[in-house]
Design a protein around this ligand. Structure first.
Ligand SMILES: NC(=O)c1ccc[n+]([C@@H]2O[C@H](COP(=O)([O-])OP(=O)(O)OC[C@H]3O[C@@H](n4cnc5c(N)ncnc54)[C@H](OP(=O)(O)O)[C@@H]3O)[C@@H](O)[C@H]2O)c1
Length: 239
């Protein structure tokens, strides 16, 4: 039985990095369903107690959306209070030029899958007058080392603006743009931030800022050092 303030929250990319940090923060108060590309066996022992897990590989955008809807049904939910579409990849470009494969994979995983998932989740979110949260990045304004990644995040920004008015009064829509955080995404991308990494925010602090931004339902919101230094990880609404 779901209590009055206990939410049903889906977090894609919930088995690592920012998604996992957010899941750990919310697990005691809410019911969570997490997704990722890795198998159930590979993530066993990583996820917070009680959280469900569904494999939804976003390099196949349509299938990933179907897998999420199936996973939600199998988890016993008939509605959804929050969907946090967070899964993402980066692939560092060589001399600022992405390969065709890298462009396709980045746009499939980061943008196309999120669009397909949002559309597929709409009826479940509408039932609960829920909130759709898209995780963008401060680089949606442009970044020399990762142009396709920046384009995927700019796409999410535009998509959020469109959906926010399209779904107005039915489902809240927001895009949140984190600044650099100390997760494995840069290593996986083949990008070495060097000494800049010491300036990256801790995933736990970014997760705190994400949680209060999700509760506030505003959009777009930038979650970077400025917000952190203004107490963003310790103040704000509680989800
Ligand atoms: N860290 C930063 O500096 C930073 C800054 C701004 C925005 N962001 C954004 O924040 C989000 C989370 O990033 P992160 O730093 O937490 O990255 P991360 O530690 O690399 O985690 C990425 C997550 O996305 C999932 N994922 C990757 N490819 C997938 C695929 N094909 N299908 C399904 N799931 C897939 C991963 O699941 P598997 O492990 O199963 O592959 C993992 O759970 C991303 O959208 C990223 O763009 C990050």
């Amino acid at each position: 039985m779901i209590g009055a303030k206990q939410r049903r929250i889906l977090i894609t990319g919930g088995n690592a990095g920012l998604g996992l940090a957010l899941a750990k923060k919310l697990a005691r108060r809410h019911t969570l369903l997490l997704s990722g590309r890795k198998s159930q066996n590979e993530v066993a022992g990583t996820l917070p107690a009680g959280a469900g897990y569904v494999v939804a590989d976003q390099s196949e955008p349509e299938n990933s959306a179907l897998a999420l809807v199936r996973g939600i049904r199998d988890f016993g939910w008939d509605g959804l209070d929050n969907a946090v579409l967070n899964a993402g990849i980066g692939i560092a470009a060589v001399d600022g030029v992405d390969s065709t494969d890298a462009i396709r994979e980045t746009l499939d995983v980061n943008l196309l899958a999120a669009i397909m998932q949002a559309q597929a989740l709409f009826p479940l979110l509408r039932k609960s007058r829920g909130t759709l949260t898209l995780i963008g990045s401060v680089v949606h304004k442009g970044s020399a080392t990762i142009p396709a990644y920046a384009a995927s995040k700019a796409g999410l920004h535009g998509f959020a603006r469109a959906l926010r008015s399209e779904w107005n009064g039915q489902v809240s829509v927001q895009v949140l743009h984190p600044g650099p955080a100390k997760t494995d995404i840069h290593d996986k991308a083949g990008y070495d931030p060097g000494r800049m990494r010491s300036l990256f925010l801790a995933p736990d602090d970014v997760a705190s800022m994400l949680a209060s931004a999700i509760a506030a339902r505003r959009s777009p919101v930038t979650l970077s050092w400025v917000r952190y230094l203004n107490g963003g990880a310790y103040t704000g609404r509680r989800l």
